[in-house]
Write a protein that binds this ligand. Sequence first.
Ligand code: AMP
Ligand code: MG
Length: 332
Amino acid sequence: MRMDTKYLTIEDADLRKAAEIIRAGGLVAFPTETVYGLGGDAMSAQSSVKIYKAKGRPSDNPLIVHIAKVGDVLRVAESFPDNARKLADAIWPGPMTMVLPKRAEVPDETTGGLSTVALRCPANEVARRLIEYAGTPLAAPSANISGRPSPTRWEHVRSDLDGKIDAIIIGEPCIGGIESTVIDMTLPDSPQILRPGLITPARISEVLGIACGYDPALAEEADAQTAPKSPGTKYRHYTPRAEMMLYRGDSSKVREAILEDARALRAQGKRVGTIIYEDGREAAQNLFKDLRQMDEDGVDIILASALDNSEEINYSVMNRMLKAAGYVVKEA
Ligand code: AMP
Ligand code: MG
């Protein structure tokens, strides 16, 4: 059934309307500093079921629950261990999600049947105002059709979910551009990074004073074999319609190889898109937007330069690029 999706501004009166929709069991897409989220009442099983339906998301892939302030953690989590509190105090509001034991009131539909819950307090001020006005934590995965690149602009949400959700908030483009870092804190003395993001392992180690490792090579191998540590990681993700191939190696050789292969493919009549980022932050901000743009342009094949491991943020972006490329990597 198609519905009439409302388009709302970030003005207070509109955010209060959005909050009302959520309280009445509806779904509203809203901006965060990572990507746009599709929010519903996290404490309502029906709202979570609606989220899965609208996205076409497998229902065992748990949702992240968003709160407006650190003081709300215990509304959702059964316990708030010291180390989790230290991370929250240092990094929230911000692009970090912590997995903690869940309270019984949080429906299984929200957590994909898990006894744990993923929690985040977003930095985006519009997001926090919306959660506050709703008066309930918001379950919010990325506001895209499952498997498509995550939305970093409201127009991306419109193109995936118009007619399928109650409202879309017209906010700014997302400044981060990739999803939050997910950290398992259920064993508070050995934090595990389940999904890399803009909050790096070094930052987490610094705050906690204990080692928090993340080996991108190991993670890549595990992901490529689809052995999920975090349930959501086993699904097809970030996929452009076009075929995509990554080139790894010395940067000038990579550039040469991409240009040469692009020429050859164009000669065969293929539409070729190329992606070469200089910097990890720029890459994070632009990757999903660029993948979507290439789909709109009818590109058949995307040739992209891999980022090196010189910065921790680079492998957070590479994690998404590898998934988008289905782990097809060519050594240049
Ligand atoms: P998304 O909402 O699309 O950003 O994806 C949320 C991701 O957070 C999921 O795919 C999981 O990888 C992770 N996640 C959410 N809840 C849990 C949980 N209880 N335990 C482990 N990982 C989780
Ligand atoms: Mg997602």
